[in-house]
Ligand binder design. Structure first.
Ligand code: ADP
Length: 377
């Protein structure tokens, strides 16, 4: 069995893989982008994940490669695969997390439900889509967006001209994506894990609340998600995982519509913010599950430990102060709250930690989690 996992990228997702690696007795090594990142504790090197030589040299020190993010270029991933390095998820799957246009095409090809969408290359095409969709739509860049950057609501055919210009200047050309503006009731996320040998397990579907394009709160399981919604979400994620051959954790971000449908918004092929609740709230955390999956070990039980688990992101953190400066007050007032700090400096809008509370009554769990998280504002 491979016993040294190499993680490319030193962010908080890599950081949160460290405790389960220690518990499993598996060695974890991290290639961080700059010194002192969130996963510094397991960093064995600093380097550019876009540089083939750097990544190949790192891969030589580990048995399997996985990721903190989805940005490693395809040519680097393919060179690793050609050199015989196990890469999970592999380039053929990661492609659909790297490029939203390819993702939309694939989801449609798999017969799974998306918002109405089109690839557009100019203002005329955007105008035609707007005309057919009530005058408003969402435009997205295919690559490079995260946390709502690269996503824009437009009501004017010229509303994406700057992005068309940037694409043309980039020399690579290509298209933007336009989607119907979904009037969703709420956003959901469905996580599954898949091993290279094919085993798949699913977590309960969760509700995610976004503020300004950034995940703010997660409620697990999603309240009032009847069995039809839960089953639909699960089926979609399993079909995506099998359809694109994901290995490791997959998160499918979903919209629940007023008429009870579930539409695919986005894919993430790594542990995901919507699954941080699993650290304290599920029998097997998404981070342990990811390690098991990339090592092709039998997957763990996904069952929640309590009826309800609420995870609240700490966005920004206390201005000019560390998270730790609030520990004494927060821990005294909220002994059931579990605080996870990412070792990052406070900065407006930045994800610097999260709080999780689990229990039997949703109202009190939510209130406790929100009040505890508020002490870190
Ligand atoms: P990112 O990759 O930056 O996370 P997403 O594609 O997930 O971008 O979009 C960010 C947020 O924008 C979503 O969580 C959702 O709130 C909103 N959004 C995205 N697409 C649509 C859509 N077609 N209709 C309505 N809202 C959308």
């Amino acid at each position: 069995m491979a016993t040294t996992v190499g993680v490319i990228g030193g962010g908080q997702l890599a950081r949160m893989m460290i405790p389960p690696a220690v518990e499993l007795g598996v060695t974890i090594k991290v290639l961080e982008e700059t010194p002192g990142m969130s996963a510094e504790l397991a960093a064995t090197g600093v380097g550019d994940y876009r540089d083939l030589e750097t990544v190949v040299a790192f891969a030589k020190t580990v048995d399997v490669i996985t990721f903190d993010h989805e940005h490693v270029p395809q040519h680097v991933l393919r060179a690793l695969v050609d050199a015989g390095v196990p890469v999970h998820p592999g380039p053929d799957a990661l492609l659909y997390a790297q490029d939203k246009l390819l993702m939309r095409q694939k989801i449609t090809e798999l017969g799974l439900p998306s918002p109405d969408w089109a690839a557009i290359e100019n203002a005329d095409e955007l105008g035609a889509f707007l005309d057919a969709h009530g005058g408003r739509a969402v435009v997205k860049t295919a690559r490079g967006g995260y946390d709502g950057k690269g996503v824009r609501i437009v009501d004017d055919r010229n509303g994406a001209d700057d992005w068309f210009t940037a694409l043309a200047e980039d020399g690579r050309g290509g298209a933007l994506i336009v989607e119907e503006l979904v009037d969703f009731v709420r956003e959901l996320a469905q996580q599954v894990a898949r091993r290279p040998s094919g085993q798949i397990v699913a977590y309960p579907v969760v509700e995610t609340v976004q503020k300004g394009g950034i995940c703010a709160e997660v409620i697990a399981p999603a309240p009032n998600a009847g069995s039809a919604i839960a089953q639909a979400a699960r089926d979609i994620a399993v079909r995506v995982a099998e359809g694109v051959g994901v290995t490791g954790m997959l998160a499918v971000e979903l919209f629940e519509t007023r008429d009870g449908r579930v539409l695919v918004n986005e894919l993430a092929m790594r542990p995901h913010n919507s699954g941080h609740w699993t650290i304290d709230g599920a029998v097997t955390s998404q981070f342990e599950q990811h390690l098991r999956a990339v090592l092709d070990l039998p997957l763990g039980e996904t069952r929640p430990r309590e009826a309800w688990t609420v995870m609240i992101n700490i966005l920004g953190g206390p201005a000019g102060a560390s998270l730790q400066s609030r520990y004494a007050e927060a821990f005294a007032a909220h002994p059931a709250a579990k605080l996870h700090g990412y070792g990052k400096e406070s900065r407006p809008g930045r994800k610097v930690g999260h709080v999780t509370v689990a229990g039997s009554e949703l109202d009190s769990v939510l209130a406790d989690a929100r009040a505890a998280a508020a002490l870190f504002d």
